[in-house]
Design a protein. Structure first.
Length: 176
Protein backbone atom coordinates (compact mmCIF):
# COMPACT_ATOMS: atom_id res chain seq x y z
CA UNK A 1 0.00 0.00 0.00
CA UNK A 2 1.59 3.33 -1.02
CA UNK A 3 2.24 5.67 1.93
CA UNK A 4 -0.34 8.41 2.19
CA UNK A 5 -2.96 6.44 0.23
CA UNK A 6 -5.54 4.73 2.44
CA UNK A 7 -8.75 3.35 0.86
CA UNK A 8 -11.95 3.57 2.91
CA UNK A 9 -12.05 0.98 5.68
CA UNK A 10 -8.28 0.44 5.87
CA UNK A 11 -6.34 1.27 8.99
CA UNK A 12 -2.62 1.77 9.59
CA UNK A 13 -0.89 0.33 12.65
CA UNK A 14 2.80 1.08 12.84
CA UNK A 15 4.13 0.51 9.33
CA UNK A 16 1.41 -1.99 8.38
CA UNK A 17 -2.04 -1.58 6.79
CA UNK A 18 -5.15 -3.71 7.37
CA UNK A 19 -8.64 -3.95 5.93
CA UNK A 20 -11.78 -5.78 7.04
CA UNK A 21 -12.92 -8.49 4.66
CA UNK A 22 -15.25 -11.43 4.27
CA UNK A 23 -15.97 -14.49 2.15
CA UNK A 24 -19.41 -16.02 1.66
CA UNK A 25 -19.91 -19.52 0.27
CA UNK A 26 -22.77 -21.83 -0.62
CA UNK A 27 -23.03 -25.28 -2.13
CA UNK A 28 -25.22 -25.70 -5.18
CA UNK A 29 -25.87 -29.37 -4.42
CA UNK A 30 -26.12 -29.31 -0.63
CA UNK A 31 -22.99 -31.43 0.01
CA UNK A 32 -21.19 -28.62 1.80
CA UNK A 33 -22.06 -25.85 4.20
CA UNK A 34 -23.26 -22.35 3.61
CA UNK A 35 -21.42 -19.68 5.55
CA UNK A 36 -19.44 -16.51 5.99
CA UNK A 37 -15.94 -15.85 7.25
CA UNK A 38 -14.99 -12.33 8.37
CA UNK A 39 -11.43 -11.19 9.06
CA UNK A 40 -8.86 -8.40 8.90
CA UNK A 41 -6.22 -8.85 6.23
CA UNK A 42 -3.21 -7.20 4.67
CA UNK A 43 -3.42 -8.58 1.15
CA UNK A 44 -5.56 -10.79 -1.04
CA UNK A 45 -4.82 -12.44 -4.37
CA UNK A 46 -7.16 -12.78 -7.31
CA UNK A 47 -7.40 -16.51 -6.49
CA UNK A 48 -8.94 -15.64 -3.07
CA UNK A 49 -5.85 -16.46 -1.01
CA UNK A 50 -5.93 -14.09 1.97
CA UNK A 51 -2.51 -13.12 3.31
CA UNK A 52 -2.03 -12.44 7.00
CA UNK A 53 -5.67 -12.89 8.00
CA UNK A 54 -6.31 -12.18 11.68
CA UNK A 55 -9.36 -12.00 13.92
CA UNK A 56 -11.06 -14.63 11.76
CA UNK A 57 -14.71 -15.34 12.62
CA UNK A 58 -16.80 -17.93 10.83
CA UNK A 59 -20.51 -18.75 10.72
CA UNK A 60 -21.47 -22.00 8.99
CA UNK A 61 -24.69 -23.92 8.66
CA UNK A 62 -25.52 -27.20 7.04
CA UNK A 63 -27.02 -26.65 3.63
CA UNK A 64 -30.64 -27.74 3.96
CA UNK A 65 -34.01 -26.81 2.55
CA UNK A 66 -34.08 -23.91 5.01
CA UNK A 67 -30.95 -22.31 3.55
CA UNK A 68 -32.83 -19.01 3.15
CA UNK A 69 -32.83 -18.63 6.95
CA UNK A 70 -29.05 -19.00 6.93
CA UNK A 71 -28.68 -16.55 4.05
CA UNK A 72 -30.64 -14.01 6.11
CA UNK A 73 -28.18 -14.56 8.98
CA UNK A 74 -25.27 -14.03 6.58
CA UNK A 75 -26.81 -10.82 5.26
CA UNK A 76 -27.21 -9.66 8.86
CA UNK A 77 -23.55 -10.53 9.61
CA UNK A 78 -22.40 -8.43 6.62
CA UNK A 79 -24.59 -5.51 7.66
CA UNK A 80 -23.22 -5.73 11.22
CA UNK A 81 -19.66 -5.89 9.88
CA UNK A 82 -20.24 -2.70 7.89
CA UNK A 83 -22.05 -0.93 10.73
CA UNK A 84 -19.37 -1.81 13.28
CA UNK A 85 -16.37 -1.33 11.01
CA UNK A 86 -15.08 1.78 12.75
CA UNK A 87 -15.73 0.37 16.22
CA UNK A 88 -13.97 -2.88 15.30
CA UNK A 89 -11.18 -0.92 13.64
CA UNK A 90 -10.37 0.94 16.85
CA UNK A 91 -10.33 -2.21 18.98
CA UNK A 92 -8.43 -4.11 16.28
CA UNK A 93 -5.80 -1.36 16.08
CA UNK A 94 -5.29 -1.47 19.85
CA UNK A 95 -4.95 -5.28 19.87
CA UNK A 96 -2.49 -5.35 16.97
CA UNK A 97 -0.39 -2.50 18.40
CA UNK A 98 -0.17 -4.32 21.74
CA UNK A 99 0.58 -7.65 20.01
CA UNK A 100 3.50 -5.95 18.28
CA UNK A 101 4.94 -5.13 21.72
CA UNK A 102 3.95 -8.21 23.76
CA UNK A 103 6.58 -10.94 24.04
CA UNK A 104 5.43 -14.48 23.25
CA UNK A 105 7.68 -16.60 25.41
CA UNK A 106 10.87 -15.55 27.14
CA UNK A 107 13.08 -17.54 24.76
CA UNK A 108 12.85 -19.92 21.80
CA UNK A 109 12.30 -22.97 24.01
CA UNK A 110 9.38 -21.44 25.90
CA UNK A 111 7.93 -20.08 22.65
CA UNK A 112 8.14 -23.53 21.06
CA UNK A 113 6.32 -25.04 24.05
CA UNK A 114 3.59 -22.39 23.81
CA UNK A 115 3.15 -23.13 20.10
CA UNK A 116 2.96 -26.89 20.62
CA UNK A 117 0.41 -26.27 23.39
CA UNK A 118 -1.53 -24.29 20.75
CA UNK A 119 -1.58 -27.46 18.57
CA UNK A 120 1.28 -26.63 16.18
CA UNK A 121 3.80 -29.42 15.52
CA UNK A 122 7.32 -29.02 16.90
CA UNK A 123 8.74 -28.78 13.38
CA UNK A 124 6.20 -26.14 12.38
CA UNK A 125 6.86 -24.22 15.62
CA UNK A 126 10.63 -24.33 15.07
CA UNK A 127 10.27 -22.96 11.55
CA UNK A 128 7.89 -20.23 12.74
CA UNK A 129 10.34 -19.17 15.45
CA UNK A 130 13.15 -18.96 12.86
CA UNK A 131 11.00 -16.72 10.67
CA UNK A 132 9.87 -14.56 13.60
CA UNK A 133 13.48 -14.11 14.75
CA UNK A 134 14.27 -12.33 11.46
CA UNK A 135 11.90 -9.56 12.64
CA UNK A 136 13.76 -9.24 15.93
CA UNK A 137 11.86 -10.08 19.10
CA UNK A 138 9.47 -13.00 19.51
CA UNK A 139 6.27 -11.03 19.93
CA UNK A 140 2.73 -12.27 19.52
CA UNK A 141 2.58 -10.30 16.26
CA UNK A 142 5.81 -11.70 14.79
CA UNK A 143 4.61 -15.22 15.64
CA UNK A 144 1.20 -14.66 13.99
CA UNK A 145 2.97 -13.34 10.89
CA UNK A 146 5.43 -16.26 10.83
CA UNK A 147 2.65 -18.83 11.22
CA UNK A 148 0.52 -17.29 8.47
CA UNK A 149 3.59 -17.14 6.23
CA UNK A 150 4.11 -20.88 6.77
CA UNK A 151 0.42 -21.52 6.11
CA UNK A 152 0.99 -20.36 2.53
CA UNK A 153 3.07 -23.50 1.96
CA UNK A 154 0.10 -25.77 2.62
CA UNK A 155 -1.19 -27.46 -0.51
CA UNK A 156 -4.86 -27.30 0.50
CA UNK A 157 -6.98 -24.20 1.14
CA UNK A 158 -8.72 -25.86 4.09
CA UNK A 159 -5.38 -26.53 5.79
CA UNK A 160 -4.24 -22.95 5.16
CA UNK A 161 -7.47 -21.60 6.65
CA UNK A 162 -7.11 -23.84 9.71
CA UNK A 163 -3.53 -22.71 10.32
CA UNK A 164 -4.48 -19.06 9.80
CA UNK A 165 -7.31 -19.41 12.33
CA UNK A 166 -5.05 -21.05 14.92
CA UNK A 167 -2.41 -18.38 14.31
CA UNK A 168 -4.90 -15.53 14.68
CA UNK A 169 -6.18 -17.06 17.92
CA UNK A 170 -2.84 -16.04 19.48
CA UNK A 171 -4.20 -12.50 19.38
CA UNK A 172 -6.71 -13.56 22.04
CA UNK A 173 -3.77 -13.46 24.45
CA UNK A 174 -3.66 -9.67 24.11
CA UNK A 175 -5.77 -7.71 26.56
CA UNK A 176 -6.64 -4.08 25.89
Amino acid sequence: MPRGFMPAGWTEIGDESFSPGFFVWNSEVGRRTVGISTFWYQGICANHVVWDAVEVTEITRRHTGRVRDTLAQIRQAIEQLAAKRDQRKDRFAKVIAKAMETTYGEDSQETQQLLTDAKFTRTFATRAIEIARTSGRLTIWTMVNALTQLARESKYAGSRAEIDQRASSLLNLVTV
